[in-house]
Design a protein around this ligand. Structure first.
Ligand SMILES: *Cc1c(COP(=O)(O)O)cnc(C)c1O
Ligand code: SF4
Length: 342
């Protein structure tokens, strides 16, 4: 037996992967397999892009919430690579929000006052076709080795940073031992008041919110803010419900961000149902994002006038606190830009 506890726990982790890691490993990574699993009509195969450099990835739990046999299922649409992604559409680029220009160090994006975003990892449990970071050079830009200490140094030296946003990829893809150390190192800095987690894992891989995670996370209370990412009420099943309830019991504030997506949630009733459903689980709506114009995602775009009309209806049908802010990201602006109702 090695006397180094970190070594021993690493070995145990390899021999006995945690249930969430096994669940992650079981995820579907082949479009054909997904179509057969869902018994989709043969015709769909001619529409699938098997060689897309941003490959399909989707956990089985998320697949189980899709309607078998329905090629228009709103969850399926978010993950299935289609031939139309290869079309080059004017205005759609590989870095639509100017992230490359805002990189201070590998892994640190400081665009907005008081908040810095740390890209903890490039990995995600699911690959969302509309992702604005789908072309991001994660290999070069996520922190490796010494980058972590230089990143901490940078945060320590900038007293204006009150909040650290852990993003990625998905920060909850990072194993608990490393993630909890990073969080406590950050919270040990006097001017850092809060850590915000931008994560889709509680929705797409609810097994991640397990006892190991809760053991350290529940100590953070109000110092943690969790912003999940759920676009459609069908994404929530009993497992997700239970994971959100576990998170909510820690006292941290839970919010949701969604992306307005053609053929997924571009109807008032769907967005209203999403807000209502999330509220039952203690999650308040935060942002509804107008699609970032990333190459390959043009078919998801809801034109701005239509987005506004839809948003006016949403505003007219829900209590104010259940209406997310409709925003877009314009490179160079000091924050997300609110899209006005009128
Ligand atoms: C969106 C974003 C934030 C967070 O903005 P909020 O409006 O506070 O949610 C911070 N940094 C970067 C780089 C972002 O893209
Ligand atoms: S989970 Fe978020 S970061 Fe990951 S692919 Fe989906 S939208 Fe992109």
């Amino acid at each position: 037996m090695n006397s180094n506890p970190a070594y021993n726990s690493a070995i145990t982790a390899v021999k006995h992967p945690l249930p969430w890691q096994s669940e992650l490993a079981r995820g579907i990574r082949d479009a054909g397999e997904l179509c057969r699993h869902l018994t989709l009509p043969e015709g769909i195969f001619s529409d699938i892009d098997l060689k897309n450099p941003f490959p399909i990835r989707v956990p089985l739990g998320f697949v189980s919430r899709m309607r078998p046999g329905d090629p228009d299922d709103p969850l399926l649409r978010q993950v299935l690579p289609r031939i139309c992604e290869e079309e080059q559409v004017i205005g759609f680029s590989t870095d639509p929000v100017g992230d490359m220009a805002a990189l201070k160090r590998p892994g640190l994006l400081h665009k907005y006052r008081g908040r810095a975003l740390v890209m903890t990892t490039g990995a995600c449990a699911i690959h969302c076709r509309y992702c604005f970071r789908r072309h991001f050079p994660y290999q070069d830009e996520t922190p490796h080795g010494d980058d972590w200490s230089s990143l901490l140094k940078l945060v320590r030296e900038d007293g204006s940073i009150r909040e650290i946003i852990l993003s990625g990829g998905d920060p909850l893809m990072v194993p608990d031992a490393r993630l909890s150390t990073l969080v406590s190192d950050l919270l040990a800095i006097d001017h850092v008041a809060r850590i915000r987690f931008h994560t889709r894992l509680p929705i797409v891989l609810p097994e991640r919110i397990d006892q190991n995670f809760m053991a350290w996370f529940s100590l953070l209370g109000r110092k943690a803010v969790v912003v999940v990412h759920c676009n459609h009420p069908n994404e929530i099943d009993t497992e997700v419900e239970a994971a959100l309830e576990r998170l909510g019991r820690t006292g941290s504030i839970l919010m949701n961000q969604a992306v307005l997506l053609r053929g997924v949630n571009d109807r008032t009733e769907i967005l209203a149902a999403l807000s209502e459903r999330l509220f039952e689980l203690g999650v308040l709506p935060y942002y509804l994002h107008q699609l970032d114009r990333v190459r390959g995602a043009a078919h998801f775009e809801v034109p701005r006038d239509e987005a506004r009309a839809l948003y006016r209806e949403l505003h007219a049908s829900l209590p104010g606190y259940l209406v997310p802010r409709l925003v877009e990201e314009i490179p160079g602006e000091p924050g997300k830009t609110l899209i006005s109702l009128w």
